[in-house]
Design a protein around this ligand. Structure first.
Ligand SMILES: [Fe+2]
Ligand SMILES: [Fe+2]
Length: 262
């Protein structure tokens, strides 16, 4: 089985490239599932119900989010009602959304589980991601062996700790949030695929997706400017994981980068 996990979608450029590319990639790469972190879809922050629909209609199977999850409050209803979108599992129980999702393949008996966790280094404080991982793993049905974890975190070391902690118990730990892809994709000794950060689906002629001039000006002078989403060098970034559905073990991981036509 093959699954493509895409990093944070940033704004309209990222959304459009993902939507234009999904069905072609599914055919070309013989993908069984495509998951995306969509936390920056709406103008660079959050996800609207219309963005959600656009992504699902384009062929995305499941959506994870991150620290910007509730920037568009109207997404709360979608998070509560839909079964193919999750909140970070270490958010409070009262926060809108489910902790994990089960996604069927073309054959409804072929199911995978997906959940996400927020890191705690250089991030807003959240509940313990390790305890949350244990709680979610205990709830996933026994017959579902293939489990994908989006670890939305800033620090590479924290991501490595999570990957080692879950090695052999999940199919993949894939990092998001930094918007910069890392070149460390590997299969850990226990059979878990890992990459510190998938990178973003959005404009790379930017500072992590935003206009260079604006971010630079504000960083140096503290003079506030609108951090508009950039437009140049749009790329889609993620990783393709090959795995055994009956054991849940990963057998391969490959970085994927698709550049938008000029
Ligand atoms: Fe992000
Ligand atoms: Fe984030």
């Amino acid at each position: 089985m093959r699954l493509l996990f895409l990093g944070d979608i940033v704004g309209k450029p990222g959304r459009n490239l993902v939507c234009q590319s999904v069905r072609r990639l599914v055919d070309e790469k013989t993908l069984d599932w495509v998951i995306v972190n969509a936390e920056n879809s709406a103008g660079g922050s959050g996800l609207t119900p219309a963005n959600y629909k656009q992504l699902i209609d384009a062929g995305i199977d499941g959506i994870t989010l991150g620290d910007h999850i509730y920037r568009r409050r109207e997404i709360a209803t979608v998070l509560q009602r839909r079964e193919n979108i999750v909140k970070p599992a270490n958010f409070p129980a009262e926060a809108p959304g489910r902790e994990f999702m089960l996604l069927a393949g073309r054959n409804p008996e072929e199911r995978i589980a997906v959940f996400s966790l927020l890191g705690r280094q250089f991030m807003r404080p959240t509940d313990c991601p390790w305890k949350a991982a244990e709680r979610v793993l205990a709830q996933i049905p026994d017959d579902v062996k293939a489990i994908f974890v989006d670890f939305h975190a800033e620090a590479t070391s924290e991501k490595q700790i999570m990957a080692r902690y879950l090695d052999g118990r999940v199919t993949a730990v894939l990092g998001t949030h930094t918007h910069v892809p890392t070149a460390d994709e590997c299969i850990l000794p226990g059979g878990t695929a890992f990459q510190c950060d998938l990178g973003m689906c959005g404009p790379y002629e930017s500072i992590i997706g935003r206009r260079i001039d604006r971010v630079t000006e504000t960083t140096i002078s503290f003079n506030p400017t609108p951090f508009d989403v950039a437009t140049g060098d749009v790329r889609l970034c993620g990783a393709i994981v090959d795995f055994n559905l009956s054991t849940g073990q990963a057998t391969g991981i490959e970085r994927l980068r698709v550049d938008a036509p000029l």
